[in-house]
Design a protein around this ligand. Structure first.
Ligand SMILES: *Cc1c(COP(=O)(O)O)cnc(C)c1O
Length: 371
């Protein structure tokens, strides 16, 4: 079986983990600070805070932005559910926004049309490692006084013109889940250039306590959203590999595109002018004649593990029940949800495997026409 994703690790992760264990201090400490500094330096931001996940990073960003019950938060509809779940958890209302079908990122016209006096924040998603078009988003936010939180879960190292994703808005949120560019097992990070936000993140990540001599006193009812130094150790070793990982992912994406180009039923991902796409995932779209679900099954029969692109939130039972959405209300997102496939795409993938995947797609398609 050619797996969908395999984390890229070697002895360096073990060396860093051993160092942490030998100190006898395992929770958030100096290794976490080292990891944070590496990420901050790489993307070029003032502050970076390691978190237990991207989900907790998104949640804490909303808390620090003072999002309250009844506020509206505009969220790109085509994403992993965590992006909007955190809004719901605060009693705020996720207003789902459609996407563009070329980049799978938030559609500016739909975004602008959904702003109301209750709007407080926008969460654009850098889908599959492709940057959203941030300039018009930031202009809209400025005009209406909205906070912008980049869901950069898949975009560590992605650039928007000459700057990195995660440094463009009020907050950037990254994930180090094993399916992302680099991994810490589980983990995330919030980045910001705002010193007041940074103070609040630091406080609330660690129960709302600050050290006063040999113990803490508590200024807020905070969370435990820390990353352990064991996880951070993996992150430190992974950061050494990041440039190579991005380079290799781009190379593989180019090879896939060349080989899939002549298949009329398939659309390969594009690289818009503003974007330094890192191809965290390589996602293709099949046209209306093709049954995507059947294609996933056919590929599995041939030993190729694939999955859908990601989710249309408005098509999920919870969002339909709670907010009255119906399938297809956001037509582009719905189409992407029904018609995209993520292919195996990681540095260890050999050229022979890549060719086998392409051959398997070609062989499978004839069994996947809608009747
Ligand atoms: C993976 C992902 C998340 C959640 O990240 P975790 O670290 O698993 O919490 C959020 N948003 C997007 C777009 C993702 O791809």
């Amino acid at each position: 079986m050619i797996r969908l994703n395999v984390p890229y690790t070697d002895h360096r992760e073990l060396v860093e983990i051993k160092k942490v264990i030998s100190t006898g201090y395992l929770t958030q400490g100096t290794k976490t600070t080292e990891f944070e500094n590496l990420v901050a330096e790489y993307i070029g931001c003032k502050y970076a805070f390691a978190m237990s996940s991207c989900t907790t990073a998104l949640h804490l960003s909303l808390v620090v932005a003072s999002i309250k019950a009844g506020d509206e938060v505009l969220v790109a509809d085509f994403t992993f559910p965590a992006t909007a779940n955190v809004v719901v958890q605060l009693g705020a209302i996720p207003v789902l926004v459609d996407i563009n079908l070329d980049t799978y990122t938030i559609n500016i016209e739909d975004l602008e049309s959904k702003i109301t006096p209750k709007s407080k924040a926008i969460i654009p998603v850098h889908t599959f490692g492709c940057s959203a078009d941030m300039e018009p988003i930031l202009n809209i936010a400025k005009k209406h006084g909205l906070i912008v939180i980049e869901d950069a879960a898949c975009a560590l190292g992605t650039t928007y013109y000459d700057r990195c994703c995660g440094t463009l808005a009020d907050f950037g949120c990254f994930s180090f889940h094993p399916r992302k560019v680099i991994t810490t097992g589980e983990g995330g990070m919030i980045t910001t250039n705002n010193p007041e936000f940074a103070e609040k993140i630091k406080l609330l990540r660690n129960h709302g306590g600050i050290k006063n001599g040999y113990w803490y006193h508590y200024l807020a009812a905070g969370y435990n959203y820390r990353l352990s130094d064991i996880n951070a150790a993996i992150g430190v070793a992974q950061m050494e590999k990041l440039s190579y990982l991005i380079e290799r992912k781009r190379e593989l994406a180019k090879l896939f595109k060349e080989r899939l180009e002549d298949i009329p039923e398939i659309q390969t991902p594009i690289d818009p002018p503003w974007n330094g796409h890192i191809y965290q995932s390589f996602v293709i779209m099949v046209d209306d004649k093709i049954n995507r679900d059947q294609l996933i099954i056919e590929l599995r029969k041939r030993g190729v593990e694939t999955t859908i692109g990601t989710y249309a939130l408005h098509a999920q039972p919870f969002y339909q029940k709670s907010f009255g959405y119906c399938n297809g209300d956001l037509p582009n997102s719905y189409k992407a949800f029904c018609k995209t496939i993520t292919l195996p795409h990681y540095p260890q993938l050999t050229l022979a495997e890549l060719d086998y995947i392409v051959k398997s797609i070609k062989q499978s398609l004839i069994y996947c026409y809608n009747s």
